[in-house]
Design a protein around this ligand. Sequence first.
Ligand code: ADP
Ligand code: MG
Length: 279
Amino acid sequence: MSLVEVTDLHRVFRMRHSISDVIAVNKVSFSIESGEAVGLVGESGSGKSTIARILLGLEHADSGSAVIDGDDRLTPAHGRTKRMRRARTVQMVFQDPNGTLDRHLSVDETLRRALKAHHMMPSSRETESRVAELLDRVRLTKQQGKSKPHELSGGQRQRIAIARALALEPKLVVLDEAVSALDVSVQAQILELLAEIQRDSDVSYLFVSHDLAVIQQLCQRSLVLFRGSLVEQGNTTQVLSHPQHPYTKLLVASTPGPGWKPDKVVQSRKEFNELMAFS
Ligand code: ADP
Ligand code: MG
């Protein structure tokens, strides 16, 4: 069985002051294997974050199922033990670490508290050595460990968020636009770090991004979401070299890289607009 099995996931937002409802996620099915990095790509508003939030239990689904590590995430978790286990299995990294990091806590303390809350370490001594190990894992120095988030750069703050996610030894890390706010060079460093962590462990990623160029650097497999529906999925290289759906074609044509040609963008946009005119 796959680590993640999502089947016919469906979520509609009912608009109080509008006649039409928004089908944010439309009967979406996919799976993620243990140790696999899967990219979820699509334009803004295509439903990426809604899927991510449902997997995390931050949002409910109207129908479908989402089983992670044998646990059906769409049924409520009863009891503290089960809730804690769920929280450990899937961890999330958001675009803006400022929203989730306590600005009064040093990096060390943030990690220490995460470990303690989940009783991950039997003694203080072991907690301290695990904190040191986590800092090292995300390439932050001892000195940076003593800093508060605002004393660090955006890239370093995202490293704290990654370290905190890893502290609980999750099976799946969901990263929602986790590098989108960073400069290209910092992006590359974080992506390299994530790839390294993946190589050294059996953690899986669901890496959400609107940017195909970023997904390409990290993910073995990609899912293409368009207006709530999965229109294409497969090996990332395959999706990039032989996109099938007009939206994926446009996405690929618009992503600069080797062989990028402006006239290809014009042609793809034309095909895409034709499709849209009939839908
Ligand atoms: P993405 O992450 O791909 O940009 P989202 O999942 O955030 O897309 O949003 C998908 C669609 O669902 C959008 O049309 C968005 O406006 C709508 N949506 C998301 N969350 C809510 C909500 N809480 N209430 C109403 N509509 C929402
Ligand atoms: Mg989003």
